[in-house]
Design a protein around this ligand. Structure first.
Ligand code: NAD
Length: 507
């Protein structure tokens, strides 16, 4: 049974979405046609012209209105997200509401400073002749294309940064969770945002492709590697700037001097949070052999304590759509057929009709198994014994992905050294799964996990064009070229760069 379906009715495509908890229909929507996308783009361009002229104070004021609106509507937002995903209310609160408010407050406080013209002091002889400042100009219309695992936060977070930087936004949310994406437009409207500043277009990948065809001024994409590469090609064709936040296969390294209890708890929450459907979730664990047995014992104990149910206060909810649970089952079957051992779970939960996969602990896994190489996105704790830290690092780096990772040790200096040797966009020490939620930090993958970064000062500024303004103190007088002007330049070269001590001062 598909969680979503798209049917052609008359000239329209109709999207129907079901709950993964009990397969009841939770929404039916008309998909945007190519004409609708064109009309949205025109409205977005018009709205942006006005918005780009607003002051940063006005933009921040809108963010504060939005905080109030989200606060007032938090139960409604969580209910929509829970209807579409079945996620437990604690995760709807932490991932969708808390994170959204936290980001809004964070950027509203810092945007005035980070988007203000920035003076750059000049070096060498130029410092006597010119001044430079960098202005952060809005780009225009930003296309935001998003997935289903954090359907509200992953749509609103890029939107607030783009809007603060003076852009208008068109969001194309996942067809698995359209209403959660529509909430972003609804909340902006309730916050008294100007008409069409933020719009949402419903539909499948074709709507996303139509949006990029209309040449937005930047595309912020979060989703799978396969789609990310299609988007990169399409943006490349028209030289549209883009950022790609893609999949991961995050490694956890547990050193022999780790606090075993903390690491075991970290392994369980890192792997099972959001039922494992978290881009920075832990997908594979390497444990040094001297502590392997005691670590395993604790992981099994904590996994047994997890409550999986359709109750809103469950610890682990369902997988959000059928395609993902098929992938999880395929990875488990592949691992079992190659010799892996299931200690707990390993199958769909027989107590529920919905898409529930039991929290699973699996050992005796190797890199010949998909469960250790491909993104599983399920509540699966895959554990491998290693003989040394070096072996753990080698295995962590034996991956097509590079999004996140985590290292557990009481020796922070060693932890930082190991973290830096992992080929990944970010890494935590004695912590897990938090990188996206740390607004101070730029977030972005390496290898096949992405391109560019979002969040933090770098992310906010990426929605602006950094435009240098060079202010001459004295008009340049290079003409006429003659022997004298040539010798003057040669002399300057010698004075400023010819002597090691002087160039250390002026360089
Ligand atoms: P997906 O690539 O299937 O879809 C993502 C979005 O792209 C959807 O809105 C979809 O309709 C749209 N789309 C599909 N084809 C398109 C096309 N040709 N042109 C334009 N848009 C198109 O991904 P998904 O299954 O929704 O998301 C799950 C993936 O997202 C996982 O791999 C997960 O790791 C990743 N993810 C990454 C991050 C991160 O920050 N790195 C965060 C969350 C999820």
């Amino acid at each position: 049974m598909g969680i979503f379906s798209i049917e052609q009715k008359d000239n329209k495509k109709i999207l129907s979405v079901k709950s993964p908890v009990d397969f009841r229909t939770v929404g039916t929507y008309e998909c945007a046609s190519t004409e609708d996308v064109k009309s949205a783009m025109q409205k977005s361009r018009d709205a942006q012209k006005h918005w780009s002229k607003t002051s940063i104070t006005e933009r921040c004021e809108l963010m504060h209105n939005l905080i109030d609106v989200i606060m007032e509507n938090q139960d409604y937002i969580m209910q929509v997200v829970m209807d579409e995903t079945g996620k437990p209310i604690q995760e709807a609160m932490s991932m969708e509401i808390y994170s959204a408010i936290d980001s809004l407050a964070f950027y509203a406080k810092r945007a005035p400073k980070w988007l203000k013209d920035e003076s750059r002091s000049m070096h060498g002889p130029m410092q006597f002749l010119k001044k430079t400042k960098v202005a952060f100009k809005p780009r225009g219309v930003i296309g935001v294309i998003t997935p289903w695992n954090g359907p509200f936060i992953l749509s609103i977070n890029p939107a607030i940064q783009a809007v603060l930087a003076g852009n208008s936004v068109i969001i194309k949310p996942s067809e698995v969770t359209p209403k959660s994406g529509m909430l972003v437009e609804e909340m902006f409207k309730k916050a008294d945002a100007p008409d069409n500043l933020v719009q949402v277009l419903i539909g499948d990948g074709q709507v996303g492709a139509d949006l990029i065809n209309l040449k937005p001024d930047k595309v912020s994409f979060t989703g799978s590697i396969k789609t990310g590469k299609l988007i990169a090609r399409q943006c490349g064709e028209s030289l549209i700037p883009f950022s790609l936040e893609l999949g991961g296969k995050d490694a956890m390294i547990v050193c022999d001097d780790a606090d075993i209890d903390d690491a075991a708890k970290g392994a369980v929450i890192g792997s099972c949070m959001n039922a494992g459907q978290y881009c920075c979730g832990t997908e594979r664990i390497y444990v040094q052999e001297s502590i392997y047995e005691s670590f395993l014992e604790k992981v099994v104990e904590y996994t047994k304590e997890l409550k999986q149910s359709d109750d809103k206060y469950a610890d682990v909810g369902p997988t959000f759509w059928d395609k993902q649970i098929d992938i999880i089952e395929d990875h488990i079957e592949d691992a079992k057929s190659k010799g892996a051992k299931i200690l707990i779970g390993g199958k769909r939960n027989p107590n529920f009709d919905g898409l529930y996969f039991e929290p699973t602990v699996i050992v005796d896994v190797t890199h010949d198994m998909k469960i250790m190489t491909d993104e599983t996105f399920g509540p699966i704790i895959s554990i491998m014994k290693v003989s040394s830290e070096d072996e753990a690092i080698r295995l962590a780096n034996d991956s097509f992905y590079g999004l996140n990772g985590n290292v557990w040790t009481k020796d922070i200096t060693k932890g930082e050294k190991i973290a830096k040797s992992i080929e990944t966009g970010a890494c935590s020490i004695n912590d897990m799964a938090m990188s996206y939620g740390v607004n101070e930090a730029p977030f972005g993958g390496v290898k096949n996990s992405g391109l560019g970064s979002v969040n933090g000062k770098e992310g906010l500024r990426s929605y602006a064009h950094a435009m240098p303004l060079i202010i001459g103190k004295k008009p340049a007088a290079l003409y006429p070229y003659n022997e004298k002007s040539f010798n003057q330049m040669k002399g300057a070269l010698k004075i400023f760069w010819g002597n090691k001590f002087v160039r250390k001062i002026f360089g």
